[in-house]
Write a protein that binds this ligand. Structure first.
Ligand code: SF4
Length: 458
């Protein structure tokens, strides 16, 4: 859960990166950072918090140069500390290396320990620092060969933007877990986790960076190189269900339309007797629209979301979690009173937030509350960059559907089947990772990886 953005060859590189990160804010609210290069030296601004709070006019002015990379972070690997804010930067005789990473390296401990044995000292606990060290390792003279060799040692998921002086490098792991696209603004090249960031700055989408592809971008020229490793395509299906913005196209497909299709599939499987369909805003909106149109039922927005909730309320304690729901979502009593309602939710993780939402709807007077979920039960943790809790905290890993229904307090509950979910994606050109639903991890996970992630603070 991170967002990356980069610009090569534009005199407003840092300002564009700032705007790009603004559009990618949903991918990480913990910290934001930008590093730029002005032909002689790098400048760097990084801060904990939201993009709007991390930069001001003065800090953006200090980010000089025509090349920049930026990052918004939600910690997966590496504890939430200011030391771990990306991009990570280091000086090397081949140039200044800065790395912005989205994903999770599954062989992080092996790489870490090998390097420490050779005397490497680490400043942070992030994957990005490892990548910078691997690029800087002696052995190859050509910087592109160094990058290729470094990236070929990584296992797991990575979508990357790397800046080595004027050279901007973009890369995706051979399975293509996380999205990354290439765009153009005037003569400048732009990279972004999602196309919504290209839209904001008026850049034209060119194409996705391919799975297992490395792009070297410098002075208006692009060179594409393939990593030698082959792997089955495994783009993260959860990006469509919940994570990406609906106005983005990822993996060559629009997220809004994909979510609608998930809702339509759900309507084919589950038809409780109800007066209207409503989403849990905002992530359930598109699936609820798809459901309503397929089931020919009225659609109501019977919960209104307060959009002005900052990070302040995202606290781990249960009391604060319930409070967050109440502050964030307010039901419209006049619409709900005495009605049989069907709520469409994008997913259920722990179940506690869903339970709080249902309680709020009952208090608002709903007579019956049915719940349709536009994905199958999440039974397994994600090791490729989405911050799900451990198996013991995932409600569907420990309870049957009827027990979950009882826990959340709905009158009925239906999860979209795995077949239904995959059928909604049937026109996709890629195979998807669905490991959090099936347990079939496409890239091997070390036995103790869960423990490793926890120890590293992810
Ligand atoms: S395990 Fe789930 S969340 Fe993680 S990459 Fe696979 S589909 Fe996405």
């Amino acid at each position: 859960m991170c967002g990356i953005f980069a610009v090569s060859g534009h005199k407003e590189a840092a300002k564009l990166t700032y705007l790009g990160l603004y559009a990618l804010q949903h991918r990480g609210e913990e910290s934001a950072g930008i590093v730029s290069f002005n032909g002689k030296k790098i400048s760097c601004q990084k801060k904990m918090g939201l993009v709007a709070d991390a930069f001001d006019q003065q800090s953006l002015r200090s980010l000089e140069g025509e090349c920049a990379i930026g990052h918004v972070r939600y910690s997966t690997t590496g504890s939430p500390s200011s030391l771990n804010i990306q991009p990570f930067s280091a000086c090397h005789k081949k140039g200044n290396i800065s790395v912005a990473h989205n994903g999770n390296l599954t062989n992080i401990n092996i790489l870490h320990s090998k390097m420490e044995d050779k005397g490497t000292i680490f400043q942070t606990s992030t994957d990005s620092e490892i990548i910078a060290h691997l690029i800087a390792k002696p052995g190859r003279n050509n910087i592109k060969a160094k990058v290729k060799h470094a990236l070929s040692q990584l296992e797991g998921s990575f979508s990357l933007a790397v800046m080595i002086d004027q050279l901007i490098v973009a890369a995706r792991d051979p399975s293509g877990f996380r999205p990354l696209c290439l765009g153009k603004l005037d003569q400048a090249y732009v990279l972004a986790s999602e196309t919504c960031a290209l839209d904001l700055i008026g850049a034209k989408y060119i194409r996705d960076v391919g799975a297992g592809e490395i792009l070297f971008i410098k002075e208006g020229k692009i060179e594409s190189v393939k990593l030698n490793k082959k792997s089955k395509s495994a783009s993260c299906i959860f990006e469509y269900i919940y994570f990406s913005r609906p106005d983005s196209n990822i993996f060559n497909r629009n997220v809004y339309l994909a979510r609608r299709r998930l809702g339509e599939e759900l309507a084919r499987e589950y038809k409780p007797d109800c007066d209207f369909v409503m989403p849990i805003p905002d992530s359930g909106n598109c699936a609820a629209l798809g459901y309503a149109s397929q089931a020919k039922l009225p659609y109501q927005t019977a919960i209104i979301r307060n959009h002005y909730i900052g990070r302040t309320f995202i606290q781990p304690s249960q009391l604060m979690r319930d409070f967050r729901v109440r502050v964030k979502l307010n039901p419209v009593k006049e619409v709900l009173a005495g009605k049989k309602v069907l709520i469409i939710e994008d997913s259920i993780v722990r179940g506690t937030t869903t339970r709080a939402k249902i309680k709020t709807l009952r208090q608002a007077g709903a007579k019956e509350i049915h719940m349709g979920v536009s994905c199958p039960p999440i039974k397994f943790p994600c090791f490729y960059g989405i911050d799900f809790p451990t198996k013991s905290e995932l409600i569907a890993a420990n309870k049957e559907v009827e027990e979950i229904r009882n826990f959340i307090g709905s009158d009925s509950l239906h999860y979209l089947s795995l077949e239904g979910m995959l059928s909604a994606m049937r026109e996709a050109e890629f195979d998807f990772c669905a490991a959090c639903f099936t347990g079939g991890y496409p890239v091997e996970i070390p036995n103790n990886f869960n423990k490793i992630m926890l120890e590293r603070g992810g």
